[in-house]
Ligand binder design. Structure first.
Ligand code: PBE
Length: 310
C-alpha cells in the first residue's frame, strides 16, 4: 500500500513539473539572448511574498533561526517572519504550490513535504541555519533509578530519516491517525524495535509521561515510542506543549522525558539553559536539517538572491 502511494506521488510530481515547464515556455523570448531575458525577467519573488517568510510556532528553533537570518543578511532588510503553526504553514505551502505561486517557508528534514512536493532548501552562505542536526532524547534526572526499564527503552530508541518519514507520510497522505501510523510502523519493523527493548523487562501499568511539540516529525516519533512502551506494559501519557515548556517540564522533573531535542543548533539555546538539570541520552536520529524551503519552480537558489524591502 505504501509503495503504491509513493509511486502515485512520483507520477503526480512528474506531471505537475511538466505542466510548469509547458507554462514557462513562452515564445516571446525567441531570438533574444538568454542572458538578457534571464536578467530582465527574473520574477521579483521578494515583493510577491510580501517580504515575508512563512514561519511555524513562535517557539520553534527554525523560526528563531529565520529571525537571525533576517538580521544577518543585509539583503533581508525589512523582511518579516510570520508565525502560526506547523499545520498552517503546511496549508499555505500547499495552496501556494497548487497555484504555482512563490512562497518561502521555514522548513525541516525529515518531513513529508519533500515527498509530496518538489522543494529545495535555499543556500545559506552565512550558515545561519547551521549544518547537520541530530534529534536527541532527553529525560529527567532520576528516571534511571525510578523506572529503569522505561529509561533503557528511551535510551535504546534510535531510527533513521526514512523510518520517520514513513510514519509521517502515512499520516499526511493516507489520513492515518498518529496512533495508527505508529502501530503500523512498529508492527512492520519488529527487528528494529526489538533492539530498543532488548534487555528490558515488561512492566504492569507503570506510568510514563512524555512531552513533545505538534511538529509532524515529533508527532511521528513520540507516537512510535509511546506505542513501543505500551507494548511493554507501560501506561503512557504524551502531552503536546510549546518548545520552551517542553524543555522546562523535563528539566524540572515534572515529566519523564522527550525525544524531540534538535541539536546542536535548532534548540541550542534551550539545551544550554537546561543541560545541567536533565539527562541527555544521545541521538535517536541523525541527518536532520533546518532551513528556508521554496518550491523548485522558483528561480532562486540562495537566501542572498532575495531582495530587501526598500
Ligand atoms: N522543527 C521540527 C523544530 C524542531 C523539530 C524544525 C520545526 C524547531 O524548529 O524547533
Amino acid at each position: 500500500m505504501f509503495n503504491l502511494n509513493w509511486k502515485r506521488l512520483g507520477i503526480a510530481a512528474g506531471l505537475s513539473l511538466s505542466l510548469v515547464a509547458a507554462g514557462c515556455g513562452s515564445d516571446e523570448n525567441e531570438g533574444e539572448s538568454n542572458e538578457e531575458s534571464n536578467g530582465d525577467n527574473t520574477p521579483d519573488y521578494s515583493e510577491e511574498v510580501n517580504y515575508t517568510i512563512t514561519g511555524i510556532e513562535a517557539g520553534a528553533g527554525v523560526v528563531a533561526a529565520a529571525e537571525s537570518a533576517v538580521e544577518e543578511y543585509e539583503n533581508l532588510s525589512g523582511w518579516e517572519v510570520s508565525t502560526s503553526s506547523s499545520g498552517a504553514m503546511a496549508q499555505e505551502l500547499s495552496s501556494a504550490y497548487e497555484n504555482e505561486e512563490p512562497i518561502i517557508v521555514t522548513g525541516w528534514t525529515p518531513h513529508w513535504k519533500f515527498a509530496k512536493y518538489d522543494l529545495k532548501y535555499l543556500e545559506d552562505p552565512n550558515e545561519v541555519f547551521g549544518g547537520e542536526e541530530e534529534i536527541k532524547t532527553m529525560v529527567r534526572q532520576g528516571l534511571e533509578e525510578d523506572k529503569p526499564n522505561a529509561y533503557k527503552i528511551l535510551d535504546q530508541f534510535q531510527w533513521e530519516t526514512g523510518d520517520m518519514e514513513e510514519v509521517m507520510l502515512e499520516i499526511s497522505e493516507e489520513g492515518a491517525s498518529p496512533e495508527e501510523a505508529a502501530q503500523n510502523w512498529v508492527e512492520n519493523n519488529a527487528d528494529k524495535v526489538e533492539a530498543w527493548t532488548e534487555g528490558t523487562k515488561e512492566v504492569d501499568g507503570e506510568k510514563v509521561t512524555l512531552v513533545y511539540v505538534n511538529w509532524d516529525s515529533e508527532i511521528a516519533s513520540t507516537n512510535v515510542v509511546k506505542y513501543v512502551l505500551e507494548q511493554q506494559g507501560f501506561d503512557v501519557t504524551i502531552t503536546a506543549l510549546d518548545n520552551g515548556p517542553m524543555w522546562e517540564s523535563v528539566a524540572s522533573g515534572e515529566v519523564d522525558g522527550m525525544v524531540a531535542a534538535w541539536l546542536p543548533g535548532t534548540h541550542g539555546a534551550q539545551y544550554e539553559q537546561h543541560q545541567d538539570s536533565l539527562e541527555d541520552l544521545g541521538a535517536n536520529l541523525t541527518g536532520a536539517k533546518i532551513g528556508l524551503v521554496v518550491p523548485e519552480y522558483m528561480e532562486v537558489d540562495s537566501i542572498e538572491d532575495l531582495q530587501p524591502d526598500e
